[in-house]
Ligand binder design. Sequence first.
Ligand SMILES: *[C@@H]1O[C@H](CO)[C@@H](O)[C@H](O)[C@H]1NC(C)=O
Length: 308
Amino acid sequence: MWTLERRGPPPLTPPWALPTLLLALAAHTAAAAGTAGALTYPWRDAETREWLVCNQCPPGTFVQRPCRRDTPTTCGACPPRHYTQFWNYLERCRYCNVICGEREEEARPCEATHNRACRCRPGFFAHAGFCLEHAPCPPGTGVAVPGTPSQNTQCQPCPPGTFSASSSSSEKCQPHRNCTALGLSLNVPGSSFHDALCTSCTSFPLSTMAPGGPGAEECERAVIDFVAFQDMSSKRLLRLWQVLAGPEAQGLVTPREGRADLQLKLWQRLTDLRDAQAGALMAQLLRALREARLPGLERSVRTRFWAH
Ligand SMILES: *[C@@H]1O[C@H](CO)[C@@H](O)[C@H](O)[C@H]1NC(C)=O
């Protein structure tokens, strides 16, 4: 004789095994009974020792009292925090034993007809039984398809004309700003890592401008942008940064550091130099370019910003 009572500790079976088993048994019983509608099961009356055919109980209920020769099965509603998902002849409802983890949230609460179900919280996706954080797209790439509870973020390299300056799991590549349309001139073309840099500095040369005079600030800003966001190799960027930062900073930067990080550092260093001593930026910068052996860039800076 087979029975589906649950006694003692829960069986060490995967959670899907029991419902599947119940379903198989239910289908078998229905076929054997040859009836459409209510499912049945064989039951031996304890008093009369007689074999009976009892009705099963529908989902959300359990067998409170098996049928007798003259009374049908009594089904009882599952108590709170318990459920039965299928037609059954269980003597008690199953406990809602699914507990949502720290990185999960309730997708379906525990109800009389089904167990609690969890899904990964926003910002996480399910992988190999764990909820992992959606990966950010690094600078130069943008979100192509945002992560879902079941899938990681999908990134794409920013196509020409667009950029992404930050590491983010939500930001798409943004189009470069259009300097002409803004009434400005293009100082540095945009890359996949940074926006186009515009300037209103047109009244070159810087050399004839009084430090702090009208237009000087904007033109100094333009020089800084121009140098820091030049399209040059990390090696050259690093060389320039090391010359500008002085010997005390030599150990702080490794060549492994990303180019975008290095550009920001260089930009910050040049900004600091400008703020430290009004009007001294250009002379220091040109000296540093020579020392860092970047004659091509030195020439461009002179031509653009220092011409007499
Ligand atoms: C920028 O704007 C100008 C004028 O509005 C337009 O002619 C030009 O095509 C734009 N450039 C880009 C790259 O969108």
